[in-house]
Write a protein that binds this ligand. Structure first.
Ligand SMILES: Nc1ncnc2c1ncn2[C@@H]1O[C@H](COP(=O)(O)OP(=O)(O)OP(=O)(O)O)[C@@H](O)[C@H]1O
Length: 297
């Protein structure tokens, strides 16, 4: 996707987001509520028309119908409660242009694959939330899509259901490119190879999740003093070794670019100026810190 934008009047739900999904990899769209995750998934699946920007699938020529390559599970899927799981999958298969026999074969295969084969002849109205989510994933896989997209697949589930679906996603990513949205960093870390972090419709960070984690490991120093930390340490902001200081009452959280130099200088100043030190601690920022910053801004 290239400079993808979706606007509603003057508001931008998604703004200028460019990103490439790699074949065979799993990517998490990560961001707080309202970040634009659903809007991106809907544009990729063809359910929403972008206001601006382009989407290009390597398998197809520009402007061609991409739906046969895509499987999509919406955030709030709607089922016909009076149908059985098997009937629903056959119905989805026929809608995807599978022949009757193919749809039947595939429905049986997928009921087993997602672990609800015994409930195949039960009405969907009797299914639990976790079973419906499994059925939804089976529905999205019915036509063997090259790209499977799942919108918040685990957010409505209890911890056990959540664990089961995350495990299933780990299996699924062996056979298809997978893109899913979540607002939980741990879910992204557990299943995905790559991550695209969004906030208020804008891309904040992207890339291989392990590389991002390493990149984010910047050094920081926590200095706690008697009294208000800002009163004692405000002037440290001007130092070349200091990138940023966050003051919280008696604590200063200081991001530094040269840990050794900064440490020496700070300890010297503390002694020289007789700053009433309570604690001095070297820490590291993490991907969690980046994500919390994104969420809290
Ligand atoms: N049809 C619409 N009309 C106007 N604004 C919309 C519409 N759809 C979405 N938005 C706005 O666009 C922004 C992004 O919404 P989106 O649903 O994509 O976010 P999200 O990251 O999926 O959030 P959530 O985790 O809550 O599902 C939000 O501010 C939302 O209010």
């Amino acid at each position: 996707m290239n400079q993808l934008t979706k606007s509603y009047g003057k508001e931008h739900a998604v703004r200028d987001v460019s990103f490439a999904l790699e074949n065979g990899r799993c990517t998490a769209l990560l961001g707080p509520n309202g970040a634009g995750k659903t809007t991106i998934l809907k544009m990729l699946s063809g359910l929403l028309k972008p206001t601006d920007g382009t989407i290009h699938f390597t398998k197809t020529k520009a402007r061609k119908d991409n739906r046969k390559y895509i499987g999509f599970l919406p955030q709030h899927p709607v089922f016909y409660d009076w149908m059985t799981g098997r009937e629903f999958l056959m119905y989805a298969g026929r809608l995807s242009h599978l022949s009757f026999n193919e749809a039947k074969f595939r429905a049986d295969e997928l009921l087993t694959r997602v672990g609800i084969e015994e409930a195949g002849n039960q009405r969907i109205g009797k299914y639990s939330g976790g079973m419906k989510q499994r059925l939804g994933i089976a529905q999205a896989m019915i036509h063997r899509p090259a790209l499977l997209m799942l919108d918040e697949p685990v957010s409505a589930l209890d911890p056990i259901g959540r664990r089961e679906i995350l495990q299933m996603m780990k299996d699924l990513k062996k056979e298809t490119t997978l893109l899913f949205s979540t607002h939980i960093l741990n879910d992204a870390e557990e299943v995905s190879d790559d991550v695209l972090i969004l906030r208020k419709g804008l891309k904040v960070a992207e890339g291989n999740i392990h590389d991002l984690r390493t990149e984010q490991q910047k050094a920081k120093i926590h200095v706690q003093v008697k009294g208000m930390a800002a009163d004692w340490l405000q002037e440290w902001r001007a130092w070349a070794q200091v990138e940023d200081i966050e003051f919280e009452d008696d604590l200063a959280k200081i991001r530094v670019n040269d840990l050794e130099q900064a440490k020496k200088l700070m300890l010297k100043k503390i002694v020289q100026q007789e700053i009433p030190l309570i604690s001095f601690e070297v820490a590291r920022t993490t991907l969690e810190d980046l994500f919390m910053e994104v969420v809290n801004q």
